[in-house]
Ligand binder design. Structure first.
Ligand SMILES: [Zn+2]
Length: 393
């Protein structure tokens, strides 16, 4: 397995990655590119975009999709405090918020003096769709990814608010999917192919689970005509402000009393990410490890290495400590939630293992690890080399 020579990403990754001739991944290169962007000029450009959509008082100026996390607070801070706009906050609520996540979410309308529209599907449906998503694609949180990228766009159509302010372009932040120079905007294609893993609402109609079209109304992306008639546009704020999740955390905490998770998570050292779903840092992330051999500790370490908050060696230690952990407490809760045995869970997990990463050895699944690099190097030096010159008789 090839690993980035600067951060800790492996070549087989959910975030599309490219390596250059020095073995540096596109995520690291795009981060370096961001250091040379004129961010004051970008901020001015954001002001121009926002002015274009500012209403005379007849409607909200924009919609901000929020989960109540540190990034949601940052987006809302920029739109309200820096630019003085009146947004409508919109949340897809998947029923499994952590307590502190729920607290942070509920405070937003008070702290920012804004209206907040929260949508939650039926709990019975959510349990069914957790189970189905897990069996179909190894991702119980499909409904979350779909809801987060669909419901706010439905709300934009419903409330006739054409501008949607998203946070960061996730795969650009993680893996450098696009150049910052491209200033890409949100597309239906990104929603379907990346956020929804290629599965749309109609793929989740299921007789065995009893899921019908009427259960999935919230998961239907608006039509091209609906989007076109209103001129709906989804802008990533990360194209206009130098995006750093850690700085967003500090700002939210210091200015708005935003609270991080009071206890450490089982699978990563960061305690201020993904509090809108208790399984996101737990069993959902463990499934990523089962599939492609790394988890959120790798994602977090890459970000911290790129910002100079951690050395690569320290990052490797975090990967070694956290990526393989099977989160017992979190798994038990999820198995009860969806009524499944651990045996069934493990059996289904194994069907999703990527064979470019995993191989069976003496009955166990094994893979290459980033900390094996030095061992492999020292081994290879012991391999006898070919003679410098071959006798020609
Ligand atoms: Zn890298």
């Amino acid at each position: 397995m090839q690993y980035c020579t600067e951060c800790v990403y492996p070549a087989v990754s959910f975030a599309p990655l490219l390596f250059d001739e020095d073995g540096v991944c596109s995520g690291c290169r795009v981060r370096k590119q961001a250091e040379h962007v004129d961010w004051d000029e970008r901020k001015r450009l954001l002001g121009e975009v926002l002015n274009e959509y500012k209403t005379d008082g007849s409607n909200y100026d924009c919609i901000i999709p929020v989960s109540g996390g540190k990034d949601s607070y940052f987006q809302t801070h920029v739109i309200t405090s820096v630019f003085g706009l009146k947004p409508l906050l919109v949340t897809y609520h998947g029923n499994n918020f952590l307590e502190c996540g729920q607290r942070n979410l509920e405070r937003m309308r008070d702290v920012f003096d804004v209206d907040h529209h929260i949508f939650s599907p039926s709990v019975q449906l959510l349990k069914k769709i957790n189970r189905l998503g897990f069996k179909k694609m190894g991702d119980m949180n499909w409904h979350n990814h779909c809801g987060i990228f669909t419901y706010p766009v439905q709300a934009a159509v419903k409330f006739k608010v054409p501008l949607i302010i998203w946070g960061e372009h996730g795969y650009t932040d993680l893996g450098g999917m696009h150049s910052i120079k491209d200033s890409v905007e949100m597309t239906a294609r990104y929603r379907l192919e990346h956020a929804c893993r290629g599965f749309d609402w109609h793929d989740m109609i299921d007789e065995e689970e009893g899921i019908t079209e009427k259960d999935l109304l919230w998961a239907k992306y608006p039509t091209d005509d609906e989007l076109g008639d209103l001129g709906i546009r989804g802008v990533y704020i990360s194209n206009y402000m130098d995006w750093d999740g850690y700085k967003n955390y500090v700002l939210s905490r210091d200015l708005y009393d935003w609270q991080e998770h009071p206890e450490p998570f089982e699978r990563t050292y960061r305690s201020f990410s993904n509090m809108d779903d208790m399984h996101e840092n737990g069993i959902h992330d463990y499934l990523k490890y089962v599939k492609v051999g790394y988890g959120r500790a790798t994602d977090h370490a890459c970000k911290d290495i790129r910002w100079g908050r951690m050395t690569r060696e320290e990052g490797i230690e975090m990967v070694r400590k956290y990526d393989h952990v099977k989160p017992r407490k979190d798994l038990e809760r999820w198995l009860t939630y969806v009524d499944m045995s651990e045996e069934e869970f493990d059996t289904i997990c194994d069907t999703f293992r990527d064979r470019r990463v995993w191989r069976k050895q003496n009955g166990s699944w094994v893979k290459d690890n980033i900390w094996d690099e030095s061992i492999q190097c020292s081994t290879s030096t012991k391999v006898p080399k070919e003679p410098a010159s071959i006798p020609t008789t």
